[in-house]
Design a protein around this ligand. Structure first.
Ligand code: ZN
Length: 411
């Protein structure tokens, strides 16, 4: 029997010594058989390398309930965990047991949605179906029952429930972004559909005209929806991860003469805000940072990327020294190289292009204070790009489980 070499990856990995400004072409990809052998060997290697017998740890599954603060603070309140954007693409969603986008109907288009959900009652039922799937959950004590009391007003049931356990009253919107809003659910739904399906978003002035609400209300609605688009922070990237940073801010050419800042080209921080981004397996994650030094960026990479993964970056000096924990590949853009075998940073650069076009074209200005929300908004659309508009709409409704207050927003 032929001897099996442990690390088959060595024959297709980029070799540091071969780097002499020529594009590197990998010798060959490993065959499926080699890959399975390698995986098996890894398992055996892992098992035999432990000298002490392994202690059997109690297996903890992710807690399906999430604490949620609502008005009554005496009892801890729980609602089902939202998928947020762990997310993200269809295959991952299919494996995630908590995400069921098709418990309620998936709409083919906005017209279809408006036709079916043509009154507030229908909207409420759609939301109940998505959030509860037939079993109302009390947001005050977390009790999940099919037979909570349904309270009627003048003989008509309008979505008000009374908990069988803690006797508190609740509706499906308690603790969500629709809570305490005077805007009808129908208008909210149209706003969410427009906002989540338009590639570059929608401005508050446009929404104010579309929905016949004031611009202030439209801005607040958009802020709440944008807030619900934020990434779930509990994840680790595993695999080839592209990292890059960009600067968001106006150009001197577009400024009034007395407002121009001198020497603000390139990486200057005088009038621009740096944003750091990572992309792995088609999923993007962004953070607004105070500067782009190694001290700022390295902890983020170490926190979010699994040790031993391959990191691909440009030649910016902040990334030097990453090779201690990761396998680091540098693409020297200043030498005209943009791709070396499977390694490049074109994915994350493409995302920056989306972000900047969106901010310039639709919002014109994103203040540093709110920039992280805009980054999250574009990352959410990017990460859900394989879904249909109807699926993304349903996901946005499930994610609407946070009540952002106006005072927090303007603070
Ligand atoms: Zn209860």
């Amino acid at each position: 029997m032929a001897a099996i070499k442990f690390d088959f990856t060595s024959c297709y990995e980029y070799n540091d010594t071969q780097f002499d400004c020529k594009p590197y072409i990998p010798k060959r990809e490993p065959t499926p058989l080699e890959e399975t052998c390698e995986d098996m060997l890894r398992v055996i290697f892992k098992k035999t390398s432990h000298v002490k017998p392994l202690k059997i740890k109690e297996i903890r599954f992710p807690e399906p309930l999430k604490l949620l603060t609502t008005r009554n603070k005496k009892v801890s309140k729980t609602l089902p965990v939202s998928p947020k954007s762990i997310i993200f693409n269809k295959s991952i969603m299919a494996k995630h047991p908590n995400i069921e986008l098709d418990t309620a109907s998936i709409f083919k288009s906005m017209v279809h949605m408006i036709d079916v959900l043509n009154n507030d009652n229908a909207c409420r039922e759609h939301l109940e179906q998505l959030r509860w799937n037939g079993e109302p959950i009390c947001p005050h004590c977390g009790s999940k029952r099919e037979n909570h009391y349904r309270l009627k007003n003048k003989g008509i049931f309008k979505g008000l429930y009374k908990c069988k356990d803690c006797r508190s009253r609740f509706t499906v919107t308690v603790g969500t972004m629709f809570d305490g809003s005077n805007v009808s659910l129908r208008k909210w739904f149209i706003a969410i559909y427009l906002f989540s399906s338009h590639k570059k978003g929608i401005s508050s002035l446009q929404l104010h005209r579309d929905l016949n609400v004031t611009q202030k209300t439209a801005w607040f609605m958009l802020s709440r929806i944008r807030n619900s688009f934020k990434n779930n922070v509990e994840f680790k990237f595993d695999g080839i991860t592209q990292v890059d940073e960009t600067y968001v801010g106006g150009k001197n050419l577009n400024r009034n003469l007395d407002k121009r800042t001198k020497n603000s080209q390139g990486r200057s921080l005088k009038s621009k805000v740096p944003v750091f981004g990572m992309l792995c397996n088609g999923m993007v994650y962004t953070v607004v940072v105070k500067n782009t030094s190694g001290r700022t960026l390295k902890p983020i990479i170490e926190d979010k990327v699994k040790c031993g993964s391959i990191i691909v970056s440009d030649g910016w000096r902040a990334y030097s020294g990453l090779s201690k924990e990761f396998r680091h590949r540098v693409i020297l853009h200043n030498k005209g190289i943009y791709k070396m075998g499977p390694y490049h940073t074109n994915g994350i650069e493409g995302f920056w292009s989306h972000l900047k076009r969106g901010i310039n074209g639709i919002y014109h200005v994103a203040s540093p204070k709110h920039l992280h929300r805009y980054c999250d908004e574009f990352a959410y659309r990017y990460n859900t790009r394989h879904m249909t508009d109807g699926e993304r709409f349903n996901l946005s409704l499930i994610n609407a489980d946070e009540k952002l207050m106006y005072r927090e927003l303007i603070a």
